[in-house]
Write a protein that binds this ligand. Structure first.
Ligand SMILES: Nc1ncnc2c1ncn2[C@@H]1O[C@H](COP(=O)(O)OP(=O)(O)OP(=O)(O)O)[C@@H](O)[C@H]1O
Ligand SMILES: [Mg+2]
Length: 517
């Protein structure tokens, strides 16, 4: 063979190889399909190759003799795959299939990289099963490979702040990401267990309803609106949802989006099995039509308290995400891209939101997270202090019924601050906080009542003045004037009387003097 290789001219050798493979192919009953890692995108392995690799990572450890161990892409787990020139058998509907991993050395003089290696997986099966393999088995491999990949991946938290430092030839995304490692879960959320179960059921039903959504002709997505006062667990619940469903989180900062087109691009770049979050949607943008009109008309008198920020005008100019842009992205044609996505809005003031934004179909489920109930407290006590019952629980139940306290405050009081803090101490601290909250609430109520009373009396006085008719006022004025005149006259007369008396007295004195003389 070496003599043949050396002595045979190049062209003749190529012909020989070509016809040899045709002749052997004629007698060989097996068919090969190759999945190479070379892709059209520079520096990126082909998706089909990676999916096959993930699929085989589940099969190979069971039967192959030589395996390769690597840290999986975006994963902290060790992934085992077939080593070079190893073969593994798979079975599909009773048919045997073989996978072999190959390493090819590309010796082409024109490739630019001498001895460049390419990896590939070769799928071998009998030609009798061609239809089954091409039509069903390959689909099964791709589907299962992707599912395993999603299961094994390290989930990510994305934000819409692009990484400009990447060189131009790398794939620059509008999102940048870090690994998502929030430890929240539903067991630890302080909420009435019944409501919690209802939310969990809703979420699990959604994630298992691919076929149902297809059947009813709706994009596979669901909107959640979480509303309530600050510190009631809205952000925590988003993290718990992501952990429950194994989804990525896209935290969309609307104020950083330039316009509707960029918003659409951002949506297109999101993947399936993800949650798109817009926190504090009421203050993200001036989204309601009415509010826009109002600011235009009465910008001088209404916004007196607002201190204009530096560069706010420029920002206003460049920031053109509109309500309709957002509505379209959530529930328009664009919303169907990706599939299996949750869109979650959070707000402290639900009444400020435009009804179109929160109607069913856009925000399908509205979840109110409110002040801490006794049931919620029990969950927190179990979580923070490992307590299911305690003599102080009765007092706490009474106080929680009488006053409002947010779960964040309860959690803070229940958390031991030093090694000497035990359950008794933490619960006493909570009782103190509850009593203080109660006092403050009572004080506030008193003040409010006082203010109300003052306002009421002010209004009453104003009403009384208004109630007197003009005639009465004029009559009163006339009477007052007459009275003043009379008084003046009386004073005048009095003065004159006094004067006359004085003059008489003087004359009398004079007469007496004359008489004496
Ligand atoms: N229901 C709850 N169960 C358990 N912990 C809670 C709950 N509510 C709040 N907390 C705790 O309080 C802190 C604040 O909660 P979180 O950030 O989820 O509140 P939020 O509702 O998102 O507030 P904001 O409206 O200000 O964003 C968290 O550290 C969390 O651990
Ligand atoms: Mg929050």
């Amino acid at each position: 063979w070496p003599i043949f290789e050396r002595s045979c001219p190049d062209g003749l050798r190529r012909y020989f190889y070509k016809y040899i493979s045709i002749i052997t192919g004629y007698f060989n009953p097996y068919i090969d399909i190759s999945f190479s890692d070379v892709s059209e995108v520079w520096f990126k392995s082909s998706d089909a190759y990676l999916t096959v690799e993930t699929y085989l990572s589940n099969k190979a450890p069971k039967s192959a003799k030589r395996l390769k161990a690597e840290l999986g892409k975006d994963s902290s787990k060790v992934v085992l795959s077939l080593d070079v020139n190893q073969r593994v058998m798979d079975e599909f509907r009773g048919v045997k299939i073989w996978w072999t991993s190959n390493k090819d050395v590309n010796t082409s003089r024109f490739s630019g990289y001498p001895n460049e290696t390419t990896m590939s997986y070769m799928l071998t099966f009998h030609k009798r099963y061609r239809d089954l393999i091409v039509e069903s088995y390959l689909e099964h491999v791709m589907k299962e490979g992707k599912e395993i990949g999603v299961r094994n991946r390290q989930r990510k938290l994305y934000t819409n702040c692009p990484n400009d430092k990447l060189p131009w030839y790398m794939n620059r995304s509008l999102w940048s990401s870090i690994f998502f490692e929030h430890p929240a879960n539903f067991e630890r959320i302080g909420l009435d267990p019944k409501r919690k179960q209802e939310i969990v059921d809703d979420l699990l039903t959604f994630s298992n309803s691919k076929n149902y959504y297809e059947k009813i002709g709706k994009p596979w997505k669901r909107g959640y609106l979480l509303y309530g006062p600050p510190g009631t667990g809205k952000s925590t619940m988003i993290a718990a949802i992501a952990n429950l469903l194994n989804y990525d989180v896209y935290d969309l900062e609307l104020t950083a989006v330039k316009d509707n087109t960029e918003l659409r691009k951002l949506m297109i770049e999101t993947t399936a099995k993800s949650i798109i979050v817009i926190e504090d949607v009421d203050c993200s943008l001036d989204l309601t039509g009415q509010r826009k009109k109002k600011t235009k008309k009465s910008s001088d008198d209404d916004d007196e308290n607002e201190i204009p920020m530096k560069g706010a005008k420029e920002e206003e100019k460049s920031n053109k995400v509109t309500l309709s842009g957002l509505l379209n992205v959530i529930d328009g044609l664009w919303s169907a891209c990706g599939g299996e996505r949750l869109i979650i809005f959070t707000t402290n003031y639900m009444e400020k939101l435009d009804p179109a934004l929160i109607r069913k179909g856009r925000m399908d489920k509205h979840i109110e997270l409110s002040y801490c109930s006794f049931e919620a407290f029990k969950v927190l006590a179990k979580n923070y202090l490992d307590l299911e019952n305690h003599p102080l629980f009765d007092t706490i139940q009474r106080l929680i019924g009488e006053t409002k306290i947010i779960p964040a405050d309860v959690a803070e009081n229940l958390m031991p601050k030093s090694s000497s803090d035990d359950a008794d101490k933490c619960l006493s601290k909570l009782i103190q906080a509850l009593e203080q909250a109660k006092e403050e609430a009572a004080k506030k109520k008193d003040e409010e009542e006082k203010l109300k009373e003052e306002e009421a009396t002010k209004k009453k006085n104003a009403g009384e003045l208004k109630g007197l008719n003009v005639k009465e006022v004029a009559q009163k004025k006339e009477n007052d004037e007459v009275k003043v005149k009379e008084e003046d006259q009386a004073a005048k007369w009095k003065d004159e009387d006094v004067k006359e008396e004085e003059e008489d007295q003087a004359a009398k004195g004079k007469d007496e003097d004359v008489k004496v003389e």
